[in-house]
Design a protein around this ligand. Structure first.
Ligand code: PLP
Length: 292
């Protein structure tokens, strides 16, 4: 039930359909965002709306897809999707995709469509995971295809290895996957950026093999505010094993402690104090309890 914003109109959920020959369904060229709205003292508010819209447009630009709407219209579409569905908290999925006018790999003559769906999705992981942390496995699938050429785009086609990695992790009794880059350095989770804390210094991979996460950026701001030194640099897998604390960040996962990687306990094997502090600051920010 509910309404989906589809090419400028709000249509009932069940009618928001595409043809089986939709180009993106066949070849995977499209781009999307994952956005959240939270309840704040001023009513429901979309966290970092403009940043998500900007990244969607950057992704489309990288893919050479011409967005048929302005940024203002895309912002407004997201606001409408939350409001018209009467949601107080929501996950939002804007997605730009190519139409069914033609097959083959030529894309310049295809129409670009845009949808924004919004639904209630309270927590990606259990509330327990937020407190106790999760078990992660380094994946046999890498982020290699995304490095350099495409890591700035949140493109549909970039998620094949992420999906394979996550499902492999779940099948082996873990909750998330850690993907390495082409050269074997730590890249990111299936849909999250990673941070580690060692000797009071926060480290996160530089932006060559991971998505330019909006939550990552918030965490870097909070760390600076707390006076925690931050290093954006290449991280090795074994540095995660011996970290004092480690956590993932993402719009869906929010701030998620990692308690174990590949069977090695990280730090005390539970949410560390710095993770807890940054997590608290993040929840305050999204709920409008801190200046934005
Ligand atoms: N890395 C990948 C591969 C993602 O899909 C996401 C989610 O969008 C992130 C990192 C985290 O980005 P953000 O904090 O902007 O949600």
């Amino acid at each position: 039930d509910g309404l989906i914003w589809f090419d400028g109109e709000l249509v009932p959920w069940r009618d928001a359909k595409v043809h089986v020959l939709t180009h993106t369904l066949h070849y995977g060229m499209g781009c999307f965002e994952g956005v959240r709205a939270y309840q704040t003292p001023e009513g429901p508010a979309i966290f970092r709306l403009q940043e998500h819209t900007d990244r969607l447009f950057r992704s489309a630009h990288i893919l050479n897809m011409k967005m048929p709407f302005t940024k203002e219209q895309v912002n407004d579409a997201q606001i409408q999707a939350v409001r018209e569905n009467g949601l107080d908290e929501a996950y939002l999925r804007p997605m730009a995709f190519l139409g069914s006018e033609g097959m083959g790999l030529r894309a310049d003559n295809l129409q670009v469509h845009l949808i924004v769906a919004a639904w209630h999705w309270p927590s990606y992981m259990s509330p327990e995971a937020r407190e106790k942390g999760i078990k992660v496995r380094t994946s046999s699938y890498t982020r290699h295809h995304v490095n350099i050429t495409m890591c700035k785009a949140k493109a549909n086609g970039n998620y094949i290895n992420s999906m394979l990695a996550l499902n492999e992790a779940i099948a082996s009794g873990c909750e998330e996957a850690l993907l390495l880059d082409n050269e074997g350095y730590v890249a990111e989770g299936s849909g999250e950026n990673i941070f580690i804390l060692r000797d009071g210094i926060l480290h996160t991979p530089e932006l060559t093999s991971c998505l330019e996460g909006i939550t990552r950026k918030s965490i870097l701001e909070f760390a600076r505010e707390l006076g925690i030194p931050v290093r954006e640099r290449r991280i090795t897998r074994d540095e995660v094993y011996i970290a004092d604390e480690a956590f993932f960040t993402g719009t869906a996962a929010e701030v998620l402690p990692i308690r174990e990687l590949d069977g090695r306990i990280i730090g005390e094997g539970k949410r560390g104090p710095v993770t807890e502090k940054l997590q608290g600051m993040y929840f305050d920010a999204v709920k409008g309890k801190r200046p934005q």
